[in-house]
Structure formats: C-alpha cells, structure tokens
Design a protein around this ligand. Structure first.
Ligand SMILES: NC(=O)c1ccc[n+]([C@@H]2O[C@H](COP(=O)([O-])OP(=O)(O)OC[C@H]3O[C@@H](n4cnc5c(N)ncnc54)[C@H](O)[C@@H]3O)[C@@H](O)[C@H]2O)c1
Length: 384
C-alpha cells in the first residue's frame, strides 16, 4: 500500500478549513481533492489549499483517494457515507455519524461486506488532556468509578451561528450536536453504557437569530421543533451512574464539564470538545490538584479565535482521528474512532431521545470496547 493514504473531502463549509489546515501535521494522510454540491465552495477551498476541486461523483471515482472525509451536514451524513462505501473507499464522518442507530448498523454491515473502515468524529478524546485523564484513571488514582456528572449547557446556537435553523429541528438539538463529544469521552474513560433514562423539555418555542454583527438574518424568528433540554442518567456496564445534562436553555451555570467520582477520589475532566485543558484529581485527602500536563503532542496550543494561527488559545488537532485511522489501516489494526465504538455512541444518544419521549428506561442493544489509549509516543508517531 502507498505509504501516504490519499484523502478526499466532501463538504467544503465552515469546518473544512480546519481539516485542510490540520491534515498537514500528519504523515500518513494527504488531502488531494475536495467536493461539494456547491461547486463554488469546493473551488474556493481547493484554491486556498492547492488541491483539486471535483464533483462528488469525480471524487468518488478518483484513483488516488483512499479515505473520504464526510463534512456535510448531519442530515446527509448517512447517505453520503453510504455512497462513499459503495464507491469502495473508507469513510471518516463528522459527528453525529448518523441520526439513528438503524443507520449506524446499516453502515457497519456495508463496511464489513466491502472490507472497508468507517470512523467518525469526535477525535477530541485522543487529545492530550483526555488521554491523560484516561491514564490517571487506568493507573487507579481514584479507584473504581462509581458515579459522575457531565454538563454542556448554554443559551443556544442562534447566539453565534449565522444559519442556526438546523439546530432547532428534529435531527438537531443539543444531544445529537454536542452529545458525541461527551458520550464518546465518557465511554473512553468508563466503558460502554447499559441503560439510559432521561427527561426532556423545550425552554422556548421560538428563537430569534442574534449572531455575528453583520448577519443579514439577525432578528429573524425560528420555530423550535425539537427539545432543547435533556437531563439523562446513564448506567454503565461497570455499574457507574452518570448524570448528563445537555441544554440550550441555560444562560449561566457553574457546573464542571465532567466530574467522575471513584471509590478513593475524584477526577475533574476538561471540556471534551477540546484537546487540552487541566485535568484535576483528588484522593481521599479531598484536596484537588492539577495533574502536571504530560508532554503529549495533542496538547500544544496551536489555534486562536476565528481560526487565527497567531493569538493561540486552544489545542486543535482535528484530523488526528483521520490520521490514526490511516495508520491503523496500514497496520491492519482497529482504528480508535471505529464504527464499533461510534455505533454505540449513536445508540446511547438516540436512547436519550427515546427515553425522554417515552419516559421509560431504555436498555441498549449494543456495546463496545473502550478504544485503546493513545499515549504521547504513539501520538507523536502519527505526526510529520
Ligand atoms: N462548524 C464547526 O465548528 C464544527 C465543528 C465540529 C464539527 N462540525 C460538524 O461538521 C459538519 C459540517 O459542519 P459545517 O459547520 O462545516 O457545516 P456547513 O453548513 O458550513 O458546511 C456543510 C457543507 O456541506 C455541503 N453539503 C451538504 N450536503 C451535501 C451533499 N449531499 N453532498 C456534498 N456536499 C454537501 C454544503 O454545501 C456545505 O458547503 C457537521 O456535521 C457539524 O456538526 C462542525
């Protein structure tokens, strides 16, 4: 097999810039072409990064493309990923991989039949902090995890996104949009989920777009047709119970992103939407202390506001999942963001929606293994 795997991108919107930019950090992948139903968007991205702009059909037929990254909108993720598999190429999808567990299973079946890989974002759990949180847990710093909490709560997407319509329709909502980061990270830390209970609600039936100063849509009203607040309770296979609150009806709060309580201590995990942040641990002395950050390449600050590459505030290594997938394909190993993990994540999220609607506890059909840890040396080996 070619040393470097050729990557094509379908969907040249907002997040494609980061993928094109960050793909260059990694040695086993090379983005060679981009496509979009809007050819002007594909041409603009292609010109910025010196790659080919193709139609979707041309990209799927391109001989030098091995992995296709699906950066289209959630409602088309399933159809586009299916098309990619049918064209004989591996898929890496943005989140949520699919909007139903049934679709996730269909992709898994098709991939197995075609002997191809399907992987999906998020890859933030491969970040320096989350991997260090994982090591801290695996080293026994807090003992067996008994319970925990996870919170993603804010006022809503109409406050920053220029076209927030999708977020407030079925298929949107905070669970399918932000849930992937939280659920994937919890599974990375604790393991698979067994049962889900949830309550849901809608804080406001109407939203008013109020985003960037020059957005011509400011003041436009949107009807809210999907729930915007969920409080769920997850029971993990290992017995741990974690409350997960995801909401776009909260103006302010003081909860941590994620706290895990073990038999001999507690672990505070930073925002699972990012690759870095403080990991805080306490033992039976009840004195929380920041864990000294380890020298992991996915913890170095490299990203500023509005994709700025100078005023660095965050560690952004999106594309690490694609690079890790390419490396795993070459070595005939299971990628860490494999569909065997992500299908379970999709089932957990859709179970939260179902449990909220039915007011019944949902027992999951699927399970998964925790992905293998990605320590500093293995992460470094993915980079140029
Ligand atoms: N924007 C972010 O900061 C961000 C961050 C993380 C993840 N994501 C995820 O990435 C995905 C894309 O987000 P975005 O913000 O870039 O969206 P976007 O709306 O800016 O871009 C999506 C692009 O996909 C194209 N597209 C839609 N359907 C298509 C089809 N069938 N075939 C080909 N092209 C098609 C559109 O023309 C558009 O250019 C979403 O799933 C989102 O949840 C976005």
């Amino acid at each position: 097999m070619d040393k470097v795997l050729g990557v094509g991108i379908i969907g040249c919107g907002n997040i494609s810039w980061a993928y094109l930019k960050l793909s260059r950090l990694f040695k086993d992948i090379e983005v060679r072409a981009v496509a979009d139903i809007n050819m002007a968007a594909a041409k603009a991205r292609a010109a910025e990064f010196g790659v080919r702009a193709l139609t979707v059909k041309e990209l799927l037929a391109a001989k030098d493309i091995d992995i296709v990254v699906n950066l289209t909108v959630p409602a088309t993720h399933f159809a586009v990923s299916k098309q990619i598999l049918e064209a004989g190429k591996h898929v890496y999808s943005e989140k949520p991989m699919t909007l139903s567990y049934k679709d996730a299973l269909a992709l898994q079946k098709l991939a197995a039949k075609k002997k191809l890989r399907v992987c999906s974002a998020p890859d933030t759990f491969l970040g320096a902090s989350h991997q260090q949180a994982r090591k801290t847990l695996d080293d026994g710093a807090i003992g067996k995890v008994v319970s925990g909490t996870a919170h993603f709560m804010g006022p809503g997407m109409e406050m920053w996104h220029p076209n927030p319509d999708f977020f407030f329709k079925p298929g949107g909502g905070p669970v399918l949009d932000m849930g992937p980061y939280y659920i994937t990270n919890l599974i990375n830390l604790i393991g698979p989920v067994k049962r889900v209970a949830a309550l849901l609600g809608t804080g406001r039936k109407e939203r008013v777009i109020n985003s960037q100063p020059n957005n011509p849509r400011n003041g436009e009203k949107l009807k809210v047709t999907t729930p915007t607040t969920y409080h769920a309770l997850l029971e993990f296979v290992n017995g741990a119970m974690v409350t997960v609150s995801l909401s776009w009806d909260v103006w302010a709060h003081r909860h941590q992103n994620m706290e895990l309580y073990g038999q001999t201590g507690a672990l505070f995990v930073p925002d699972p939407n990012f690759f870095a942040g403080d990991v805080i641990v306490t033992g039976t002395d009840q004195k929380p202390a920041v864990v000294d950050a380890w020298d992991h390449p996915f913890g170095k600050l490299n990203w500023g506001h509005g994709n700025s590459q100078t005023d660095l505030k965050w560690a952004n290594y999106r594309c690490a999942g694609v690079a890790e997938m390419a490396s795993a394909i070459k070595r005939k190993k299971l990628p860490r963001c494999d569909i065997s993990l992500v299908a379970h994540v999709v089932e957990v999220m859709t179970a939260m929606l179902d449990a909220g609607k039915s007011k019944k506890v949902v027992t999951l059909k699927s399970t998964c293994k925790r992905p293998a840890p990605l320590g500093p040396d293995e992460a470094r080996a993915l980079m140029k």
